[in-house]
Design a protein around this ligand. Structure first.
Ligand code: ZN
Length: 244
């Protein structure tokens, strides 16, 4: 028995994807489910640029849930959002300002945030790299759409100034949540729980760029109170996404 077997775990951020040369990774739904069994994950929230691939994986499943990935610059962005949120039952939106080259506070993002508000679903944003995904650049959007919950994936990623920035921005804006994957400092998970709030930090591992064993150990090393560890590993995501 491993320590994580005692917890209800939701991985808030993972991917299935064909071979990706930039990161040198790939992941099928079956491979993902094998990892989920090994690490006692109850649910995994997945996303990919290929929304149709994700839709096939999550259709009729209880363990895999999905975010629809869009580029606000794409002419069919709104149509794609409506299709996957309405017809395929996806539970959130994924935006990657860094890859797609826009700032989160630009007007082109507003219609996406309006759809998030209409469907009452969160947006996950890649966060932690200049010039397009620094934590402070999410604040104007969060203020413009206070009802939309926004999750800063990687909570600043590998740079201490950006990690501190993500914590500061979330502390000031009650609709901003932080996700732990790829961020190297266990101490900052504890700080986030204390400063931002025990309900607004979510566990994620960014499979296949990240891996469950060390992402889980990082959260454990944060030495949270038992109840807070339980929340970060699964209860917070369960509540945020209204899951049973
Ligand atoms: Zn990711």
């Amino acid at each position: 028995m491993n320590w994580w077997d005692r917890y209800y775990i939701i991985d808030a951020h993972a991917h299935i994807c064909p071979r990706d040369d930039l990161f040198g990774v790939s992941m099928t739904a079956d491979e993902l489910r094998r990892l989920m069994r090994r690490y006692n994950y109850s649910k995994c929230i997945i996303m990919s640029r290929d929304n149709a691939l994700v839709a096939r994986a999550v259709r009729g499943s209880r363990d895999l849930l999905a975010h629809v990935w869009v580029n606000p610059k794409d002419d069919r962005c709104i149509e794609t959002l409506r299709t996957y949120l309405k017809k395929e039952g996806f539970i959130g939106i994924k935006l990657h300002p860094l890859f797609d080259g826009y700032l989160p506070y630009q007007q082109i993002v507003y219609p996406v945030a309006a759809i998030a508000e209409e469907f009452d679903v969160p947006i996950q944003f890649h966060c932690g790299h200049p010039p397009f995904s620094l934590p402070w650049s999410f604040e104007p959007l969060a203020r413009e759409f206070p009802k939309v919950k926004m999750i800063l994936i990687h909570m600043g990623h590998g740079h201490i100034v950006y990690i501190n920035g993500a914590i500061e921005v979330a502390e000031r804006n009650p609709n901003i949540y932080l996700e732990t994957s790829g961020m190297p400092m266990h101490t900052k998970i504890k700080e986030a729980v204390e400063r931002v709030g025990r309900d607004r930090v979510l566990y994620g591992d960014d499979i296949p760029c990240g891996y469950p064993s060390w992402e889980l150990e990082k959260v454990k090393a944060a030495n949270l109170k038992e109840d807070d560890l339980r929340r970060v590993l699964g209860e917070n995501a369960k509540k945020l996404y209204n899951l049973e």
